[in-house]
Ligand binder design. Structure first.
Ligand code: ZN
Length: 496
């Protein structure tokens, strides 16, 4: 059986078949770049990274498009409030475009550390204003939209399939509206395609309806169409984007093109931190930079980025995931176990005897690989796939204990680590550079320890030990100065 994916549109697992054999186009809603990426971003983009990696592992040629939202995402996800970028830019006293550039770079930096493969195309919303205006024109011509006072709205009553993804009907949506309805709208559920800009609004462009800016949802319809075509294989995003964002995208795209917009919709579930929804007011809002450095009061230490990745892979992408210091710590020790085994296998390959791979081990490895693929084919069950990787770790440890294990066998183990743990899961690295020598701080700590031990010997009258240690330290270039406050030390300067 091939790859089965859960399609949010049909609400069931389906055998995945791309429109064109051997090729897959994926569009994933990218970040709105007005702050550093946080743990929620990590869960979302690691999940889609796994999908892209696994499709490539299966031999598909994948085009992965993930946009950068740098205009039009308002503080209310519907179409009221202020532009999130403009609000943050005012606070940081930057031009909104400078802010967007800064946080876009920060985002890629964090995603690189999480070992997420970069998208093939990362289109910016502000780079596609012309195409967005064109789509609005089409929707006006086809009678799905109307213009009022310089703004253009999509008229949901004209689109019978409206809400088919989230399963909400128009009445539910109106009841759930959090903001006052603009008096310009014909019906409360209508949404903005283009918004009129007030003269002092910094992010604005000329349009046939006067100066304005695009509604947030428009960019994804336009950019997926431009780079992947009118019907795309897979569209991904967070569960929180299913409504309204994705239902709006469907309405705009299908009304304009008259064909199905997306064949498979994939949504990843959300995260909690210490079992609570992550929020700035709860003081559990943790950015990736804080998770990596440990600079957050909920964390006892900084975590290796790939152990954050490993924690994400421990649960299914459609399940919620709870981040906590303890969970991160457990994931980190698991990650180190895998890393340790991979390094040991590679090191041993340098000294082990030559020879062909053991047939029994080769068969065991083949079975592990099949088990891994079965798990991944079942809607990307990474937690089972990860447990298979741990089985491989245990097998490797057993083989390393046996002095007769030869290079051929170790090579097969290493290849499987690379393919399953590296290529698909992204937690095994191709190379592990040797750590640099002791830094100054650690060197000083080490000498303090040694000098402390010698000082104790001297105070106890064990002059034989203390004198021997002094001599050895001096030979290593460290001079001791005994005094009433204890012993100080310095490095003996030598002529260059
Ligand atoms: Zn989107």
């Amino acid at each position: 059986m091939g790859l089965q994916l859960y399609n949010s549109l049909t609400r069931r697992k389906e055998e995945f078949k791309p429109l064109e054999e051997g090729r897959v186009g994926i569009y994933v809603c990218g970040p709105t770049v007005y702050g550093h990426a946080h743990l929620g971003h990590a869960k979302s983009y690691v999940s889609f990274d796994i999908l892209v990696r696994y499709l490539r592992y299966l031999g598909y040629s994948v085009t992965y498009v993930q946009n950068i939202t740098d205009v039009g995402h308002l503080t209310d996800d519907a179409d009221e409030g202020e532009d999130k970028l403009v609000v943050a830019a005012k606070k940081e006293k930057k031009h909104p475009m400078a802010l967007a550039e800064y946080y876009t770079r920060s985002y890629f930096e964090d995603m690189d550390l999480l070992n997420c493969v970069r998208p093939d195309i990362s289109p910016r919303a502000t780079g596609h204003i012309i195409e967005q205006i064109e789509l609005v024109k089409v929707l006006l011509e086809k009678g799905y939209a109307y213009e009022v006072n310089g703004s253009v709205y999509f008229e949901v009553a004209k689109f019978p399939d409206y809400g088919k993804l989230s399963g909400r009907n128009v009445d539910d949506m109106i009841a759930g509206a959090r903001v006052e309805v603009s008096p310009d709208k014909k019906a409360p559920a209508d949404f903005a395609l283009w918004k009129k800009a007030e003269p002092n609004h910094i992010m604005q462009w000329p349009s046939p309806w006067g100066p304005g800016f695009p509604g947030w949802h428009l960019e994804c319809s336009v950019m997926s169409m431009k780079y992947l075509g009118k019907t795309i294989d897979i569209h991904g995003g967070g569960l929180e984007n299913q409504f309204p964002h994705h239902d709006y995208e469907i309405a705009q795209s299908e009304a304009a093109n008259g064909v199905q917009f997306v064949r498979t919709w994939i949504h990843n579930n959300m995260i909690t931190v210490d079992s609570q929804k992550m929020g700035k007011s709860l003081n559990n809002f943790i950015t990736l930079k804080q998770a990596f450095s440990g600079a957050h009061e909920r964390l006892t230490r900084g975590y290796e980025p790939l152990s954050v990745r490993q924690l994400i892979l421990n649960s299914h992408y459609r399940s919620p995931l709870d981040f906590s210091d303890a969970a991160l710590f457990a994931a980190q020790s698991g990650y180190q176990k895998i890393t340790g085994a991979v390094k040991a296998v590679r090191k041993r390959m340098g000294t082990a005897a030559q020879g062909e791979a053991d047939k029994k081990v080769a068969e065991q490895l083949k079975q592990l690989r099949e088990k891994f693929e079965t798990a991944m084919n079942d809607d990307l069950n990474t937690s089972v796939a990860l447990s298979v990787l741990f089985e491989l770790v245990r097998l490797a440890q057993k083989l390393l204990k046996d002095s007769s294990t030869n290079v051929g066998t170790l090579n097969l183990v290493n290849v499987l680590f690379d393919r399953l743990g590296g290529e698909v899961l992204g937690i095994v690295k191709a190379e592990y550079p040797e750590p640099a020598g002791l830094d100054e701080k650690r060197f000083n700590q080490l000498v303090d320890i040694v000098v402390g031990i010698r000082d104790k010997a001297r105070k106890n009258g064990d002059f034989e030990t203390s004198d021997a240690m002094r001599a050895k330290l001096e030979a290593s270039g460290i001079e001791l100065h005994d005094g009433p406050q204890g012993t100080q030390w310095s490095i003996i300067e030598t002529e260059p």
